[in-house]
Ligand binder design. Structure first.
Ligand code: SAM
Length: 470
């Protein structure tokens, strides 16, 4: 029997062979870290076999490192990630990525970055070196930094002058990657420091209320997170969230959502309601793929102002012909009246914002507005235990996870870690949570829905759960 180290390195080697073969078969090159980022250059990572092999590499490599290095190094490494996060936050907010872009592949010396950013040259060098040591940016020669494929994602593509003129609109019209990173770090760093205090608070530590969460202590507010974002002074955060949500749909292969549900089974002129749809990024994909469907995007009234700009620049005809309608709502009140019962409600990344108490209310309002043939599509990260699946979970159609070779963690370990991180982020934000399939099944049942199946399109971080009225 080979050693654990050998088993893990064999799995990595076999997965690399699989990637090379899949890329060769399609005439694609797997991009190196130094290659500039563009969505088109991600082609290799849209091949299903490549995506499966990447999962194995990530989980096996993490396990290999944890097994090989001394436990104390792992523990310290883990605690030091906080510093990497703080540094990334500072670099992102100080627009260093936009400045570094000006140096092109040859890079820019820290003194030039200092001139443009107003930060201290020596300190910039130290921040960027920590990141370059973690494969974000490249130190091309001492104190000279250029972008690599990962740091390029921090770049909004805007000039420094534009960003200085309109800091609030920094992320408007961008890919949303910098917005996702900025939002995660802004919230995570503010909340991390008061997590323990909140957990130990006799009231907040057990609350299901969205305004008794870690973020309420961190930002010293009694408002729910989405109300807090609409306060004067939070305009940049508010607009960043919309763009970040749009960007999150670009984290997966473009047709992911369309594979998560059989849209072709909807009636030709059917009605899809994208509940709390944000700007409507998901609806945009559906509207383009199924031009006969009617779509309503619902969200808080203030979000609809941004949504209108989004649709006018992406698919104005859909708005002008009323095929797509934008409706300001409160999803904790009854659904607006429509002439025909909706054929499909979509909840993408909504239920995870809320505790069971509030998620139940959302589902109940949708159930009250549903007809016999209405279906509900929930797109969310699905939590898996870090052990074998239970037989109850496996009984749900589509729930069984592909078996992973020993000695890998059954839940794809590090490749699945994002769901666990998001679970904690949702707890901090509003006492929300990511859920296991069984938790979804029970929650749905409590509100009059039956979970029928889950689909997990390869490469999507989301499970796509379909439910029908009971
Ligand atoms: C995590 S975002 C998801 C947006 C969108 N579904 C997507 O996947 O891009 C959560 C959304 O819920 C909306 N929201 C929060 N509270 C709401 C409420 N009471 N009524 C309607 N929408 C609400 C927010 O404004 C935000 O757009």
């Amino acid at each position: 029997m080979p050693s654990i180290l050998k088993q893990l390195s064999n799995l990595i080697a076999a997965s690399v062979d699989q990637i090379d073969a899949a890329c060769e078969a399609q005439g694609l090159q797997f991009p190196s870290l130094d290659e500039p980022f563009s969505p088109e250059s991600e082609g290799a990572r849209h091949i299903p076999d490549v995506l499966k092999a990447i999962d194995i590499i990530v989980v096996a490599a993490n396990q290999l490192i944890a097994t090989a290095q001394p436990p104390i190094s792992s523990a310290i490494d883990f605690s030091n990630r906080l510093f990497t996060a703080a540094v990334l936050h500072a670099v992102n907010e100080a627009n260093i990525a936009e400045i570094v872009r000006e140096g092109g592949p040859k890079g820019l010396h820290v003194s030039e970055i200092a001139n443009k950013s107003g930060l201290d040259a020596d300190r910039i060098g130290r921040l960027l070196r920590l990141l370059a040591t973690n494969y974000v940016f490249k130190e091309v020669s001492p104190d000279v930094f250029s972008h690599n494929r990962i740091s390029a994602l921090l770049d909004t593509g805007k000039s420094l002058e534009t960003l200085k003129k309109d800091p609030i609109g920094k992320h408007d019209g961008t890919t949303g990657f910098s917005a996702i990173i900025g939002g995660t770090l802004d919230q995570g760093l503010a909340c991390g420091g008061v997590l323990l205090e909140t957990l130990q608070d006799p009231k907040f530590g057990h609350s299901q209320e969205p305004n008794e969460a870690v973020s309420n202590k961190a930002y010293n507010t009694t408002l729910q997170a989405f109300e807090f974002l609409e306060l004067p002074g939070n305009e940049a955060r508010f607009r960043r969230l919309g763009v970040a949500m749009d960007g999150s749909s670009r984290m997966h292969p473009p047709d992911t959502l369309l594979k998560g549900f059989s849209f072709a089974t909807l009636p030709e002129n059917g009605l899809v309601v994208d509940v709390a749809g944000g700007l409507g990024s998901v609806s945009l994909v559906i509207a383009k793929a199924y031009p006969k469907l009617n779509i309503i995007v619902e969200d808080r009234p203030q979000v609809m102002i941004e949504a209108e700009k989004f649709w006018m620049s992406n698919l104005p005809k859909a708005l002008n012909t009323n095929r797509v309608r934008l409706v300001g709502i409160d999803m904790f009140a009854a659904q607006p009246e429509v002439s025909n019962k909706p054929d499909l409600f979509i909840l993408r990344q909504i239920l995870h914002d809320w505790s069971d108490l509030y998620a139940h209310k959302i589902l109940k309002h949708l159930r009250d507005a549903a007809g016999l043939n209405t279906r509900l599509l929930i797109a969310e990260s699905v939590l898996s235990y870090a052990c074998e699946q239970s037989s109850d979970e496996v009984a749900i159609k589509g729930a069984k996870l592909p078996a992973l070779p020993a000695p890998l963690l059954p839940n794809v370990g590090g490749a699945n870690a994002l769901t666990c991180f998001k679970d904690i982020a949702m707890m901090m934000l509003q006492n929300g949570q990511e859920r296991t399939l069984l938790q979804y099944a029970n929650l749905l049942k409590s509100a009059g829905w039956e979970l029928k199946e889950v689909r997990r399109p390869v490469g999507s971080g989301h499970g796509h759960l379909t439910a029908v009225p009971i």
